[in-house]
Design a protein. Sequence first.
Length: 507
Amino acid sequence: MLSLLKDKRVLRRDLLASLVVFLVALPLCVGVAVASGVPAELGLVTGIVGGLVVGFLPGSSLQVSGPAAGLTVLVYEAVNEFGAGALGAIVLAAGLLQLILGALRFGRWFRAISVAVVQGMLAGIGLVLVLGQVYAMADTAQPSGGIGKIAGLPDLAGGIVSDGTTLTAFVIGAGTVAVLVLWPRLPARLRVVPGPLAAVALATGATVLLDLPVAKVEVRGLLESIRPPGLEDFGQLAGVAAVGSVLAFALIASAESLFSAAAVDRMHDGPRTDYNKELVAQGVGNTVCGALGALPMTAVIVRSAANVQAGARTKASRILHGLWLLLFAALLPAAIGIIPLAALAGVLVHAGCKLVPVKDLVPLWREHRGEAVVLCVTALAVLVTNLFEGVVLGLLLAVVKTAWDISHSHLDVRELTGGRLVVSITGNATFLRLPRLMEQLEDLPKDRPIELDLSGLRHLDHACRIALENWALRHNDAETEPVRLLPPAAVRLPEPPKAGRNTAGAP
């Protein structure tokens, strides 16, 4: 990296890229913190750690870490259940778990997680985020639970129509969303700043100029917001629910970071990601964030993509973006206090909508129907239960689907001279396909010599083996030659009794 930085052109590109990433990260850091139920400055702290700590570490050289919209729902639930003080302890424990997983070289195994489950998880988070932030756009408290948020929508709509203050806030939020949707369609010369910053700046300017009565971000100061966890906070980790939150933070943050790394690798021609080192880097970052009582971090694809597209070449861009966040939080904290909450909610509504892969669902249903089912079930489970249970259900469903897909077997019957039937089974014979397989075998005539050929099987599980042995012993009539078995080479089946012998094999 040092040799590249000696090149003034590389340094200039990294400097410009860092400014772009800073402008993208600033509204998102503040918005994610506010939506998570913690002081806005804690989002900036996590972004600063992502730049100035994780930015120096090996792993992925161009992806950028910070607070992510994908963890907002989980953080909000943890703060409500355990309190803001315990958040630092949970994040710190999750960071230590990531460090252990990285040291044990588990990073590459996160690549084995079903893409449908990850997409379903993100879609579920997106739905919960949109439903929750719609209330924040109207300066209204959101109900708890996904079902509660859906059930409360009629009352929210009534409040927007009947209350002028609520309507004003909602118009600010809706206008923010409209700017974000239209921004990419504007000419390039007008898009000199990132969409999220432009949308929040326009909403803030309109609020100040028109003196609109909407709620704004509360400012406490960077140092005042930092609260390292105490012994009583770590004591809460003894509970089962807290342990579940730690696991959820660690696993989901790790999966999102490593999937983001894979996506970033496809966007540039530079060094590839070392997944184990990246997992260690994320663990260090979350450990530091937990020690400061800040939000958890993960690699964020929006900032990472902005970094690559802005022409970044080295780690310097993501390190400098952390420095700009630190300078802003230290020198201009009052600027945060004029931002309307409805505008930040609009940014997160837009981010939540982008997490739901609406355009991909129809092609996925046509080509891989089972994957589409896993995605939808995972998303709905996250919405109606919680993030951890929804992901676990999605993983179980993905395992069942995979087991079903690989357990295909085919039964073929052909007749030889003399009336003998040769029944060949090929593929994978597992208990999942056993009912259908046994129905086909039991439909065979019982008064004909039968040879059951299993040599074409790639896999024969114990349940199928026992069922086939029992069928071979009992299928044919007493006066007909017993079924003969030709087993696969890897499986030794007992020789069936010949005609004229009893089932025990005695002469």
